[in-house]
Ligand binder design. Structure first.
Ligand SMILES: C[S@@+](CC[C@H](N)C(=O)[O-])C[C@H]1O[C@@H](n2cnc3c(N)ncnc32)[C@H](O)[C@@H]1O
Ligand SMILES: Nc1nc2[nH]cc(C(=O)O)c2c(=O)[nH]1
Ligand code: SF4
Ligand SMILES: [Mg+2]
Length: 233
């Protein structure tokens, strides 16, 4: 039976974007297609892949300390950790390297609203098509934080677009941004486009950049990593 390699399952608040502040069960999948996860490979993998994020990625998604779960075991572990919370966020690493229709079905059967954080390099249709029925069993909510130029992205659509500044900028993703699913408030379409300051030694500069860019591109908003302010994981 297929298993999924998971670094961590934890209960916290979604820290970023539209659902910031909402209690969630997070699942961090092992592995990423843009960085090995080792500090000594950061510069090499940035050159190799053409992505900037290996230089500043804030996450440990390496195999060490991880566990393999079947779909049913993973759902059971999430229920144990999250109790009544029915909002889950699948992240990584790059979760679309592992997510498939079988796991999506198990999560939906357990009643979860499934959100995913992805770098946009992998096709959702390819990852989540059920080989038996041909049906795509997709997450409910897709947050894309692209790390490669838009002509190298395979993600068919998303709900939120989150650019980490200063390396990634609205001008670079003007065409890709049209893949956003429409969301309306008070009858008006609200773009869910975010500028998230790069955490690390350049944070103050990145914050100034995010504010400046938002003021110059009023469809874009600033996403603060609120979990880091609140001191939750
Ligand atoms: C660790 S990534 C995992 C999901 C997926 N690989 C991706 O890049 O979207 C989760 C989120 O953290 C953001 N992120 C990673 N390192 C960051 C940093 N140093 N400062 C701000 N955001 C960061 C990513 O852009 C992404 O939105
Ligand atoms: N609280 C909290 N919210 C988050 N939103 C996206 C995260 C991620 O690493 O994907 C994240 C995270 O690591 N923690
Ligand atoms: S930000 Fe996402 S894509 Fe980039 S190295 Fe980290 S996990 Fe991988
Ligand atoms: Mg994080």
């Amino acid at each position: 039976m297929r298993s999924y390699r998971v670094k961590e399952i934890w209960k916290t608040l979604q820290g970023e974007g539209f659902f910031a502040g909402r209690p969630a069960v997070f699942v961090r999948f092992v592995g990423c297609n843009l960085w090995s996860g080792r500090d000594e490979d950061r510069a090499r993998d940035a050159r190799r892949t053409g992505a900037d994020c290996p230089r500043w990625c804030d996450t440990d998604f390496r195999k060490e300390g991880s566990r393999a779960y079947t779909a049913d075991e993973l759902v059971a572990a999430m229920q144990e950790v999250g109790g009544p919370i029915q909002f889950c966020v699948l992240t990584g690493g790059e979760p679309l390297l592992q997510l498939d229709a079988a796991l999506m079905r198990a999560l939906k059967a357990a009643g979860y609203f499934v959100a995913i954080e992805t770098n946009g390099t992998i096709s959702l249709r390819e990852a989540c098509t059920d080989p038996e029925t041909g049906q795509v069993v997709a997450p409910d909510w897709i947050v894309c934080s692209p790390k490669l130029p838009e002509d190298r992205l395979a993600l068919e659509y998303f709900d939120e677009l989150k650019l980490v500044v200063p390396d990634y900028r609205p001008e670079q993703y003007a065409r890709f941004a049209r893949r956003a699913r429409p969301h309306r408030v008070g009858g008006r379409r609200i773009p869910l486009l975010w500028l998230q300051p790069e955490d690390g030694p350049r944070l103050a500069e990145a914050q100034r950049c995010a504010v400046e860019l938002a003021l110059a591109h009023p469809d874009w908003r600033v996403s603060v990593q609120t979990h880091k302010i609140l001191g939750v994981p």
